[in-house]
Structures are given as C-alpha cells and as structure tokens.
Ligand binder design. Sequence first.
Ligand SMILES: NC(=O)c1ccc[n+]([C@@H]2O[C@H](COP(=O)([O-])OP(=O)(O)OC[C@H]3O[C@@H](n4cnc5c(N)ncnc54)[C@H](O)[C@@H]3O)[C@@H](O)[C@H]2O)c1
Ligand SMILES: O=c1ccn([C@@H]2O[C@H](COP(=O)(O)OP(=O)(O)O[C@H]3O[C@H](CO)[C@@H](O)[C@H](O)[C@H]3O)[C@@H](O)[C@H]2O)c(=O)[nH]1
Length: 435
Amino acid sequence: MKIGVIGAGYVGTTTSIVFAKYGYQVTLMDTNLEKIKTLYQSKLPFYEEGLKELLHDYIVEQRLSFTNSMEEIMKECNILFITVGTPSLENGKADLSFVEEVVTQMAKYMDDYKVIVIKSTVPVGTGDKLNDILKNELKIRNKAPTFDLVSNPEFLREGKALFDALYPDRVIVGCESTKAREIMKELYKDVDTSILFTTIKEAEMIKYASNAFLATKISFINELARLCDGKGVNINQVALGMGMDKRIGPDFLQAGIGYGGSCFPKDIKALLALAFDMDTPMPILQAVKDINETQSQWFMKKVKQELGNLEEKRIAILGLTFKPKTDDIREAPALKVIDYLLKNKASVTAYDPQGSEHVKKIYPTVTYTPTPLQALEDADAVLLLTEWQEILDIDWECAKSIISNPLLFDGRNALSPSNMMKLGYRYFGVGNTNF
Ligand SMILES: NC(=O)c1ccc[n+]([C@@H]2O[C@H](COP(=O)([O-])OP(=O)(O)OC[C@H]3O[C@@H](n4cnc5c(N)ncnc54)[C@H](O)[C@@H]3O)[C@@H](O)[C@H]2O)c1
Ligand SMILES: O=c1ccn([C@@H]2O[C@H](COP(=O)(O)OP(=O)(O)O[C@H]3O[C@H](CO)[C@@H](O)[C@H](O)[C@H]3O)[C@@H](O)[C@H]2O)c(=O)[nH]1
C-alpha cells in the first residue's frame, strides 16, 4: 500500500509523518511550491513540536517524499488522503472549493482502483457531492468509476498533533464498501485504539458533533465564570468539583477569554449554517457561539473598569497565539483584544514565543518584544492571553519592579490568584476574582 496525502497543512503533514512511522511509503502533495520546498529541506511550514526530527529521519530513509504534481501522486499511490483546508465562507458555510478542486484533478489521472479518504472537516452530504463530481469527471473521460470514498475525520489538536495522531482516542471510518473497509482496517492495524465503522454521513457528523460538544463545555464554563466573578466563588474549584463526576469529566472546563483557532469557530459556524439550511434551529449551539464572541468584550470591560480611559495607557500583552505550543493565530482572542486596545488609543506592547511575526503583519503599530520581561517595562496593566509555560514561569517578583502598575488580568486563569496577590499584584481572572 502506498499512501498519498494531499494538502501539506497541520493535518496533512502530521498524517504523512505518522503513516511513515508505521512503515508505509508516503508522498505528500501540495500546490503551494514554497511549502514543498520547505519540507524538502526537512523544515516544517508551521511550528509544532516533535514533528521536525521525524520528518528529517523519514526523508533520509526515503519513506517520505513530496510533490506538487497530482499526476505523480495519482500514479504512485493507491490510498489518497485529502487534508486541504475547509475555511469559513462569508455566510458561515464551509468553503468546499479546495476539496472539490482536488477530486476534480484526481479524476483526470485516475486509471486504476483508488481509496479516496476525506480527512478534511466537511459537512454532512459532502461525501455524496464528491462522489458525484468524481463520477461525472470520469464519465467525461469514458472511464468506469474505480474508487471508493471514505470519511476518516481527524481529531488532533494543534500543539499536541503528533501525540494525538499516534494515540487517538478512536478512529472513525465512514465507509460503505467492504473492499475499502478491509483496506482501512489494514492501514490502522498498528494503532492501539478502537475503530468505529459508520456510514460516510455519520462520520462527517461525528466530527462536527465532537467539536461542537467540546466548544459547548468551554462556553458553559465561561458563562458560569461570569456569574462566579465577584460572588466569592472560584470557577476553577467549581470546574474541579464538576469534573470529578465521571459523567462530566474534567477536560475542556478551563474558563478563560474564549476559544479560538482554525477549527472550533469555523466548525460551529458551519454546523449552524447547515441547521439554518435545514430550517432546524440549534439554540444551544447559537448560545455557545454568542458567549464565545462576547467573552473577550466581557474581559476587556474589567480592564476598562480598572484603568478608566485607555488613551496613552501602556498595556502589556503576554501571549498572542490561540493556544500554547503553536504559531497559529487564526481566531486568536488576542487579536480582538489588540483591536479593542488600539481603537481606544492605548499603547500596546506584546510578547509571544511563536506568534509575534504573524500578528505583526496585521497590527504593525504594536511593539513586539523578544522577551516577556521587555514587554512588561512601564506597563500600566498586564494581560495574560495565552498560557505558554515560558510566560507562567516569569519571575513575577522581579517583574513587579519593571511594571509601572502591578495590575494583572489573567485571561486563562493560569496563575495562582493568591500567590500573585501575595506578591503585591492586583489580580483579575475569569470567574476567580474577589473570592
Ligand atoms: N489544524 C488542525 O488542528 C485540524 C485538526 C483536525 C481537522 N482539521 C481539518 O483538516 C483540514 C485541514 O486543516 P489544516 O489546519 O491542516 O489546513 P491548512 O490550512 O494548514 O493546510 C491546508 C493545505 O492544503 C493546501 N491546498 C489547498 N488547495 C490544494 C490543492 N488543490 N491541492 C493540494 N493542496 C492544496 C494548502 O496549500 C495548504 O498547505 C480542515 O478541514 C480542518 O478543519 C484541522
Ligand atoms: O478547557 C478549555 C480547553 C480549550 N480552550 C480553548 O479552546 C481552543 C481550542 O483548543 P484545543 O481544542 O485544545 O485546540 P485545537 O487545535 O483547536 O483542537 C480542536 O479542534 C481540532 C480541529 O477540528 C480538533 O481536531 C480537536 O479535537 C479539537 O480539540 C483554544 O483557544 C483553547 O485555549 C479553553 O478555553 N478551555
């Protein structure tokens, strides 16, 4: 079995490396030549720990190769994973143009049996649509359909991509042919986890349902945090107590400034758009989205209450990426915060271990510092927005002498309020203040 992966993003690159690790011969294809060149040089086109070393080894061992040619990958491989992006359109629906373009191109070079595996997150019914495109294109070429379509959604998290891909909680395979099912079983034989076989549509829905449920947990705890704030209740303790119930579980109950990233915001919008099309409102999911969209405003209201007029105030931001251990700033709450601060004429200084270069392209007037302590110099307030370990490890006692006003807003509830208060900071978190 030779595996082809189409789309050298987070998912495609991680998938390629993981299958190479299982001993398969993998070719990774992308239309972006710059990305292919970068990969050839054993470099990753994004920041993610643990992948680079394996990438290098598998290139040297000739288990992993790269191309920008669809013709080449179709000739060489019999299992093809589609991992291209499905970003949001203006109306919230998933933009399927990249996926559709891929299958249209595939049909041009399809001469023998292929298993086409959709790993990109796509709405229910996309499998049928792609099936039709492939059949039509093959008909134009007077070729009989010789493929099976499979939906195999990806559940990895950025920052933990390799671990999640190597040790998944489950593998979902939406598949309606016995031949493809046996091939998928063989492909995942070394992965120590359960495989759930479903229909293609069920697999498509499982992916959206999982992301929607995780986002619901976050918005639920954030809504509760607003209630706890100032009421003598620490939301972290509430989450701990709730999470001890096995039916609830401790994960995804960390209150904060809201979820960001390339997945939750777009997938929730896409599910809501599907519900709208089907005239089946989803009020819970709508509330999840609304709470998340107002969480940074709620947080900034506290900043404004403490600082008053923000004009000329010097604000230090610690953390820009949507979560630690990634350089991804897509839908990062820090972007909304910077926007608000600049509109209110504050002077903003920011530090992030990986995200500064990307944010600089959007907000060039912010001062980006090479160290966290430099960002804190003469600050009137500090806003912790991403819980990078390096930021949590700051010598906060020493930092206090650099900051003009030891006023700390912890948007991730990542520091201990009592420790910070002992050090002389005025500490404001999310649902853990004034208890
Ligand atoms: N990022 C994640 O953590 C994650 C996790 C699970 C699922 N997903 C889903 O997986 C999909 C991919 O996400 P990502 O973050 O890896 O995307 P990405 O934006 O990082 O990468 C997509 C890649 O596809 C390439 N591409 C676009 N059109 C192409 C074409 N016609 N032929 C070949 N390559 C093409 C782009 O150049 C780009 O390199 C999305 O549907 C996403 O929702 C992402
Ligand atoms: O208790 C929590 C957990 C997460 N977050 C935030 O939620 C966002 C998303 O975090 P996470 O889920 O860890 O990262 P992603 O890489 O976006 O991964 C999600 O989206 C991927 C793409 O679909 C899925 O594959 C993963 O299973 C799913 O967790 C980040 O802004 C986090 O800061 C919280 O605010 N509180």
